[in-house]
Design a protein around this ligand. Structure first.
Ligand code: RNT
Ligand code: ZN
Length: 413
C-alpha cells in the first residue's frame, strides 16, 4: 500500500476525508508578494532604498534588478508552488519607459503585470506604496500636517484603487487593495489626536470613489524602526475605521502586534463582524522582522482558525516577508508551501467531532485528540498534493533552485 493510501485509511478512521482535504487545499488562494524577490526596492529609478521603518537585512547575491528578472524569478518560484496562487504587487513595481510620479500612476503602467498574471493564471492584488519616496516628509504621508504632502499621497491612494479595479476588470474576480502607511514618530509626540484625525480625513477621500471589484483594506501596526514611540495607524484606529466604513476591511499582519498577541486568537473576533479579513502572513522574530514563514505552532493555529471558521473564502491570505540573507526564490517557495502545509494540517482535523467534545465539556478527550493528531502522517497527504500538481516531493525543488542560482542569479552583479 502506498504511503498516501495508508494515511487515507488512518484519517478515515477518525472521520477525516483526505480526498476532500486535498480538493479544498487546491482551492484556497495564497497571494504571493512580489517584494521578496528584490528586497522591496521596486523599479522606480532602478530601485529605491527601503524606508518607512521596515528593513530587509542580508546581502545574498542575485536579487532581481528589473521587471524582466523579477518576472523570471517569480515564474521559477511558481513552478514549485502548488495550489491556487495570486500575485500581490506594490505600486513601486510599475513597468514604464520613463519615471512616473506616484501621484501620476495609471493602470497602463502595470499592463506588463496583467499580461504576466494572465500567462500564469494568477489573480492580482495591489498596494499603494507610501514609503521609499522623497514625498514622505519626516516619516509622514496621509497624516502629515503639510496639506501638499497629504494631497500627493491621497492622489496616489485614489489612483491605486483604480489600478486594482483595472486588474479585476481584466482578470475577473476581485483585487485586494491594501493601505499601509509608515506614519509615526520616533519619540513621544505632543499631539496624538491631530495626526489620527488627519489620517481619517485622508482615508475618507481615498475611499470616496466606488470601486465595485476592489476589496479595500487598511493595515495597522504597533511600531517601526525609527518610529518606536507612536504609530498613527494603530490597531484601534483601523479597527474602528473599518467597522464604520462598509467595504473597507482591517488587514492583520502577523508581525504587527505585541509579541504575546497572536493573530490566530484575533481572527475569530473580526470574523464575527467583517465579511473579509485580509492577512499578511509573516514571521516576527523579536520584532517585526519579516522572516520567511515557517511551519510554527502559530502558523498552524492560524490556519486552523481559518478552516474551523469555514472562512477560507473570507480570509484573504497574503504573504509578507522579505529576507535578503538567503536565496530569495527559495524564500518564496518555503514560505508559500508552509502556508499551504498549515492549511492542510487544519483540513485534516476531525473538526466537528472536536467541536462536540468542547461543547460537551469533554476536555480530556479533546486534549488527547489534539495531541494525537500531531503525529499522524499529514506529510503523506502533502506529498500526494504535490504529486497531483505535477511536483516532486522531498527537496528536489531545492536542487532546481540551486541550479538556477548558478546559471542565472550568480551572474547578476
Ligand atoms: C510593513 C507592512 C507592509 C509592508 C509591505 C511591503 O510593516 O507589513 O505590509 O511589509 O507593504
Ligand atoms: Zn504587512
Amino acid at each position: 500500500m502506498s504511503r498516501y493510501s495508508e494515511a487515507r485509511e488512518t484519517y478515515a478512521g477518525l472521520g477525516v476525508d483526505t480526498e476532500l482535504a486535498l480538493k479544498q487545499l487546491a482551492s484556497i488562494p495564497v497571494s504571493l508578494h512580489c517584494w521578496q524577490g528584490d528586497d522591496v526596492r521596486g523599479f522606480e529609478n532602478g530601485g529605491a532604498d527601503l524606508s518607512g521603518g521596515i528593513q530587509t537585512t542580508g546581502n545574498y547575491p542575485g536579487r532581481a534588478r528589473n521587471p524582466g528578472e523579477l518576472m523570471e524569478d517569480l515564474s521559477f518560484a511558481l513552478q514549485e508552488i502548488p495550489g491556487s496562487r495570486r500575485l500581490n504587487l506594490h505600486a513601486s513595481y510599475l513597468v514604464t519607459q520613463k519615471p512616473v510620479e506616484r501621484n501620476q500612476i495609471e493602470p497602463e503602467h502595470y499592463q506588463a503585470w496583467v499580461d504576466f498574471a494572465k500567462e500564469h493564471h494568477l489573480g492580482l492584488d495591489f498596494n499603494p506604496t507610501f514609503f521609499s519616496s522623497p514625498m514622505v516628509k519626516d516619516n509622514l504621508t496621509l497624516s502629515s500636517p503639510d496639506g501638499n504632502v497629504r494631497r500627493y499621497w491621497i492622489e496616489h491612494g485614489k489612483r491605486c484603487r483604480r489600478v486594482a479595479e483595472s486588474f479585476a476588470g481584466q482578470l475577473g474576480g476581485h483585487s485586494l487593495c491594501n493601505v499601509w502607511i509608515p506614519d509615526g514618530y520616533k519619540d513621544v509626540p505632543a499631539d496624538r489626536l491631530g495626526p489620527r484625525l488627519r489620517l481619517k480625513e485622508s482615508l475618507d477621500q481615498i475611499f470616496e470613489e466606488e470601486m465595485p471589484h476592489v476589496i479595500d483594506s487598511v493595515e495597522s501596526k504597533t511600531f517601526g524602526i525609527g518610529l518606536e514611540s507612536f504609530t498613527v495607524g494603530s490597531n484601534e484606529f483601523y479597527a474602528y475605521y473599518a467597522a464604520r466604513h462598509p467595504g473597507v476591511y482591517q488587514l492583520m499582519d502577523t508581525g504587527h502586534y505585541h509579541p504575546t498577541e497572536m493573530v490566530s486568537e484575533k481572527l475569530s473576533a473580526l470574523l464575527c463582524y467583517a465579511k473579509y479579513v485580509p492577512l499578511h502572513v509573516s514571521r516576527p522574530v523579536r520584532w517585526d522582522s519579516d522572516h520567511v514563514v515557517t511551519l510554527t505552532d502559530e502558523l498552524k493555529e492560524l490556519a486552523k482558525e481559518i478552516v474551523r471558521a469555514k472562512a477560507t473564502d473570507r480570509v484573504l491570505i497574503g504573504l509578507d516577508f522579505f529576507d535578503a540573507s538567503i536565496n530569495r526564490i527559495a524564500a518564496w517557495i518555503i514560505g508559500a508551501r508552509n502556508m499551504q502545509k498549515a492549511l492542510l494540517i487544519a483540513l485534516l482535523e476531525p473538526g466537528n467531532a472536536m467541536e462536540e467534545m468542547q461543547d460537551g465539556c469533554r476536555f480530556t478527550r479533546l486534549l488527547a485528540c489534539q495531541e494525537e493528531l500531531k503525529t499522524l502522517d499529514w506529510g503523506a497527504v502533502w506529498e500526494e498534493f504535490l504529486a497531483r500538481a505535477g511536483m516532486d516531493g522531498s527537496l528536489s525543488w531545492l536542487s532546481k533552485v540551486e541550479d538556477y542560482e548558478k546559471q542565472v542569479l550568480a551572474k547578476r552583479r
